[in-house]
Design a binder for this molecule. Structure first.
Ligand code: CO8
Length: 258
């Protein structure tokens, strides 16, 4: 499928999506979001793909929703088109793991998209922020909710009220990103991590992702019960038998994704 705003490649069992509007610092226009959804649909349906990496350029992961496209919208335009829900949420419904490999600016909708992914690997030049307040609006794709859950009220409130950006080191200290990597190595490392995930049992990876995500939607007691049920269900997987047999026999497992 020809894409105009993203580059879609496969690297072995990893799907790689690169946001590609360099002149606009990868601003997230509607066409880009539509293409991103289509690329995720294709990777989700592709049995060869076990994980996805979403990245941008060295200067910008994405500098936000496209301000020029948004500026003249009316309330009715936004409401009737279900602006945000429509398209963006596809990232959060993907059952395969998505790693955000973030270099440069991840601002506004860019920060929100990175937080919709399963985890963020940050280049040492990454900058995260929710600067919507500086242009007279507020985050609209989960920024006030996911950032607050990731870094706590104090930092999220300061960032959303002032537009202050967080650098990579602060983002790692605050728990927004899993690791910081030298910018030149970011993509290789993200692909390596994605390949490792893709080498695990695919259904068991999906169960693990589902269980971690449940932590954000439930009480601890409900979450633990949910985890226990999914844990029990892994014993119905051929891959659990293979994984444990391989350990006992001191060999590498050969997972069949069943
Ligand atoms: N939208 C549209 N164009 C953009 C955006 C953007 N978010 N960000 C940068 N650009 C464009 C610039 O207009 C410029 O284009 P041109 O050359 O035609 O003038 C080009 O990219 C390069 O940008 P700069 O010259 O500004 O580059 P600098 O290195 O000087 O500055 C910054 C980089 C600091 C990142 C600066 O570009 C900036 O502040 N950008 C806007 C950041 C921002 O406010 N983001 C939040 C947007 S609102 C939002 O994301 C709401 C999300 C809610 C969900 C939305 C659903 C659709």
């Amino acid at each position: 499928m020809p894409y105009e705003n993203i580059i879609v490649e496969t690297r072995g069992q990893v799907g790689l999506i690169t946001l590609n509007r360099p002149k606009a610092l990868n601003a997230l226009c509607a066409a880009l979001i539509k293409e991103l959804g289509q690329a995720l649909d294709a990777f989700e349906a592709d049995g060869e793909i076990g994980a996805v990496v979403l990245t941008g350029s060295e200067k910008a992961f994405a500098a936000g929703a496209d301000i020029k496209e948004m500026q003249s919208k009316t309330y009715m335009d936004a409401y009737l088109a279900d602006f945000i829900t429509n398209g963006w949420e596809r990232i959060t419904t993907c059952r395969k793991p998505i790693i955000a490999a973030v270099a440069g600016y991840a601002l506004g909708g860019g920060c929100e998209v990175s937080m919709m992914c399963d985890f963020i690997l940050a280049a040492d030049n990454a900058k995260f922020g929710q600067p919507e307040i500086t242009i007279g609006t507020i985050p609209g794709a989960g920024g006030t909710q996911r950032l607050t859950r990731a870094v706590g009220k104090a930092k999220a409130m300061e960032m959303c009220l002032t537009g202050r950006m967080m650098d990579a080191a602060e983002a790692e200290r605050a728990g927004l990103v899993s690791r910081v990597i030298p910018a030149a190595d970011l993509l290789d490392e993200a692909l390596k991590v994605a390949d490792r995930i893709a080498s695990m049992s695919r259904p068991v990876v999906m169960l693990a992702k589902e269980s971690v995500n449940a932590a954000f939607e439930t009480t601890l007691t409900q979450g633990i019960k949910f985890e226990r049920r999914l844990f029990h269900s892994t014993f119905a997987c051929e891959d659990q038998k293979e994984g444990m047999a391989a350990f006992a026999e001191k060999r590498s497992p050969v997972f069949k994704n069943r």
